[in-house]
Design a protein around this ligand. Structure first.
Ligand code: AMP
Ligand code: ZN
Length: 492
């Protein structure tokens, strides 16, 4: 019997504002769509946090033995600067500024995105579709929305008619916004726009002559609106009614609100059972963002190359730091916080390395099955990773007291405990045992020792030019040799 039958999961649904029992549309299968990056610049650590939240959700669903189809798109057209309808496409703007083809911009930052996610041990999604690869599907959806009377054409562009839609649907159902308030609080259209109402949003935009990213359509040569791509790609791969749709909290409005409206206008029913929103990573109390420059790049964490950082931190330490907060809580980044996370991570890894040598007894004095269920309960409660981590440290305590002979464990319980703790740490949280760093340290130390021996030999042969060269070049790399009575030592 699959694990999900014994471990009932609850998910906080942003649509209802409640934790709800998770019941997939098709038993044993989960369809999950997460809005991916707009590939016009390097992802920052905030973006990584949102994708990590969903990576862990994906990992836990797999751990529960669901068959998961996880779709995460790449936005390579249609995302207008400032998230409005009038203005320049983010990718086209970057291409203009850097004198590149838009697809060169897309390729550069898609490659960077993949490189970063693989450095941080993300599982790849099942499908990673692009907006430009689904123009035909987007045009088909627009046709249906027009046929159903919820969109209109103006000068070659197509707009979604929010007021008409709201007559017998609810625009604002996800974000809790009220259309009357929205209309009352927005300035009247300045006459420059073709929209009937300021809340209407573009499904298709006619391209100006200088606009490079353009496709033919029944209405004009142009390009699709940003919200439409996710409706097209989610339903193409997951069906008109699927389980989970996720993204960062800042996408709730207008992006996801508009997705719901588009789906309902097209098919007549709501597309998604569970809307999930991951909260923001902040720096100095403000949201990390590409546009404001208030951000850290993931690569800078690994090299330590940022004035905020006292030293480099590994990918697993960064993961551990992020997963110590629940995905729906705001997390503020600071050097002190990640230094503390590093200590915790090391303590966990050290304890895990003791598992294979723990003594066993005829009786267990620790309640392993209860402990295991506490770990599951934490994850079943809307993926509560901080509570899971607290239980993992209870596991660390078990390891230490058993090692010291203060508590006992049977062979069977030890096997069950080892399988469970390793599954939660490596499979579910996606942490890696960074022995690699130790072994690369061993290699470095071995290499330096070899150079010290060669330098000693050079001096014995009176080849001082070579011995000085070894000393000076090591110093240039930050490795200082110290000659003493006991021989030569070094400091890194
Ligand atoms: P973008 O490429 O700007 O569309 O963002 C990609 C994803 O990162 C979206 O789901 C955003 O909601 C999310 N995101 C953007 N900024 C932050 C942040 N500071 N913290 C967490 N997630 C963020
Ligand atoms: Zn989206």
């Amino acid at each position: 019997m699959p694990l999900y039958n014994h471990q009932p999961l609850k998910i906080y649904n942003s649509l209802s504002g409640e934790k709800e029992p998770f019941v997939p549309v098709h038993e044993g299968n989960v369809g999950m769509y997460v809005c991916g990056p707009t590939v016009y610049s390097n992802v920052h650590l905030g973006n990584v946090r949102t994708f990590m939240s969903f990576d862990v959700i994906f990992r836990y669903l797999l751990h529960l033995e669901y068959k998961v189809r996880y779709v995460r798109n790449i936005t390579d057209v249609g995302h207008i600067v400032d998230d409005v309808d009038e203005g320049e496409d983010k990718i086209a703007k970057k291409a203009r500024l850097e004198q590149l083809e838009p697809m060169e911009v897309v390729q550069r930052y898609t490659v960077d995105f993949h490189r970063i996610l693989s450095a941080f041990n993300f599982l790849p999604p099942s499908i990673e579709p692009t907006a430009t690869g689904h123009i035909i599907e987007q045009i088909e959806i627009i046709k249906k929305i027009i046929d159903n009377g919820f969109a209109y054409e103006a000068n070659g562009s197509i707009y979604f008619d929010v007021v008409k839609f709201n007559e017998d649907h609810h625009y604002g159902i996800l974000s809790g916004r009220n259309i009357e308030d929205m209309l009352a609080n927005t300035r009247d259209l300045d006459g420059q726009s073709d929209k009937r109402n300021p809340q209407d949003f573009a499904l298709w935009k006619k391209a100006e002559p200088q606009h490079i990213m353009r496709w033919p359509s029944p209405w004009s040569d142009g390009f699709p609106g940003w919200h439409l791509e996710c409706t097209a790609m989610s339903t193409k791969y997951l069906g008109n009614h699927f389980d989970i749709h996720g993204g960062g909290m800042d996408l709730k409005f207008p992006h996801h609100e508009c997705e719901i409206a588009q789906n309902e206008a097209c098919t007549g029913h709501t597309p998604v059972n569970y809307w999930m929103h991951a909260n923001m990573l902040t720096l100095n109390g403000k949201k990390m963002a590409k546009s404001t420059g208030n951000n850290i790049l993931p690569g800078e964490i690994l090299t330590g190359d940022n004035t905020i950082l006292s030293k480099p931190f590994s990918a697993s330490v960064t993961r551990f730091f992020m997963l110590q907060a629940h995905y729906r809580s705001i997390l503020d980044f600071s050097d002190d916080a990640i230094v503390a996370a590093e200590k915790g991570y090391k303590r966990l890894m050290e304890a895990l390395s003791l598992l294979k040598d723990l003594p066993t007894s005829a009786q267990s004095s620790v309640a392993i099955e209860d402990w295991k269920q506490f770990c599951y309960d934490a994850m079943n409660d809307d993926f509560n990773t901080p509570i899971l981590i607290a239980h993992l440290f209870e596991g660390v305590r078990y390891i230490n007291v058993i090692k010291d002979g203060k508590e006992t464990i049977t062979v069977e319980d030890l096997a069950s405990f080892t399988t469970a703790i390793e599954a939660f740490v490596f499979e579910v949280l996606g942490l890696e045992n960074e022995k690699i760093t130790d072994s690369s340290n061993d290699k470095l130390e071995g290499t330096i020792q070899l150079l010290i021996d060669m330098r000693k030999q050079a001096r014995e042969n009176k080849n001082f030019a070579l011995s000085d060269q070894i000393r000076d070049q090591l110093l240039a790399l930050g490795i200082q040799l110290k000659d003493g009575k006991e021989g030569t030592t070094f400091s890194l």
